[in-house]
Design a protein around this ligand. Structure first.
Ligand code: CDP
Length: 238
């Protein structure tokens, strides 16, 4: 963590593997700080959803990359009347696809889509443009390493694979879906494997990231620790 910042921290980068709790922590942190929140995974999921929808062969890198360049993705905070458990709303070409992003078909294909360099370059450019507004919490796999390498605060949140699969199973069931722990564990492990070993921007902590293991810690406790860390950084520099 760089600590030459005198201004309040403009950008918080949070990375970590599937279902590690990073999105919940990021969202709560953004709420507490009154920052904008961007879950970059939703953008790779939106490209994947659109590719499946248009019946593009997921193995066809050129076609998927072209789609990523042309796709119109908009992400909005939750508005009145949308209280169905969503944490933000995602539109693709004006269509609300927030819940379609969470289907097993998208889970099964998103790591392949996000391994393509051209897809990443396009999404990273859009993410950086968002980050330039300042007062942003951005969550993903490569935020601290690639998207925002100068972020003054970088966090890397992990948890055991079993705990992550338990959480994802509970979330899915709470959303009214049939969810099988073993299938979800297999998906989480498979995505970790692809995300960590891909050629472009593999999942890994930035060298200056603060590592947090969320296995036995609820998100609220982690958020409190981070807020304390931020207060100490800001005051120690004034
Ligand atoms: O919520 P969960 O942790 O399961 O996944 P996500 O954050 O929605 O990300 C879905 C997938 O998108 C990941 O498995 C990665 O393959 C990819 N991703 C990425 O490559 N880079 C990011 N900055 C965010 C997500």
């Amino acid at each position: 963590m760089a600590n030459e910042t005198k201004e309040p921290i403009a950008m918080i980068a949070i990375d970590g593997p599937a279902a590690s709790g990073k999105s919940t922590v990021g969202r709560l942190l953004a709420e507490k700080l009154n920052y904008l929140y961007l879950d970059t995974g939703s953008m790779y999921r939106a490209v994947t959803w659109a590719a499946l929808q248009e019946e593009i062969d997921i193995e066809d890198e050129t076609a998927v990359t072209q789609l990523a360049h042309n796709i119109e993705i908009e992400i909005f905070p939750v508005r009145d009347g949308e209280a169905d458990g969503r944490h933000y709303t995602v539109h693709v070409a004006g269509q609300d696809i927030t819940w379609q992003l969470r289907t097993p078909a998208v889970d099964a294909n998103v790591s392949q889509v996000s391994s393509y360099l051209g897809v990443r370059q396009e999404m990273v450019a859009r993410q950086r443009a968002f980050g330039e507004r300042g007062a942003v919490v951005m969550v993903g796999r490569d935020i601290g390493t690639v998207v925002m390498p100068d972020a003054p605060l970088k966090l890397y949140i992990t948890a055991s694979a079993e705990e992550r699969a338990r959480r994802r199973t509970r979330d899915r069931q709470a959303q009214g879906h049939i969810a099988n722990y073993d299938d979800i564990l297999a998906d989480v492990l498979r995505r970790d494997q692809i995300d960590s070993n891909r050629e472009h921007s593999p999942l890994r902590p930035a060298t200056d990231a603060v590592l947090i293991d969320s296995t036995a810690q609820p998100p609220a406790a982690i958020v409190d620790t981070i807020l304390k860390m931020i207060r100490e950084t800001v005051t120690s520099n004034q």
